[in-house]
Design a binder for this molecule. Sequence first.
Ligand code: DAT
Ligand code: MG
Length: 140
Amino acid sequence: MATERTLVLVKPDGVRHRQIGEVLRRIEAKGYDIVALQQLVPTAELLEKHYEEHVGKPFYGSLVEFMMSGPVVAAVAEGEQVIAAFRSLAGATDPIKAAPGSIRGDLARDWGTKVQQNVVHGSDSPESAEREIGLWFPAL
Ligand code: DAT
Ligand code: MG
């Protein structure tokens, strides 16, 4: 058994399109527990820590601008191998390439040239999950 926790974000496009419930529904339908939940507009400081591996890349500025464009829902999901399982539920980073049936493949509406508007974030490893949960939920 490898019970894990992962950080899930419903990004501003998902909140704007009233997809919070649908994203959380898919996580619960897969058998995972939502153990923490909050809505907030993130600060540039929080995003710089969250996206530390992307600081300095060409898309970083527009990614942060987008992430601050409206409220984000942050959730912690828990269960067996939830980190990989949520990445699978989310689908490929580029919503145009994300398979039908995945969150990004089914729900992304604003794709066009904007890869960043891909509805959700999910941690990519146990180390990132621990670090990201600490940033978004310091009390956990
Ligand atoms: P993921 O969100 O699938 O973990 P990532 O960590 O590589 O993807 O990138 C973080 C976010 O940055 C991603 O959700 C969308 C945006 N992004 C990634 N690569 C990009 C690119 N080449 N151009 C524009 N935005 C990009
Ligand atoms: Mg990532």
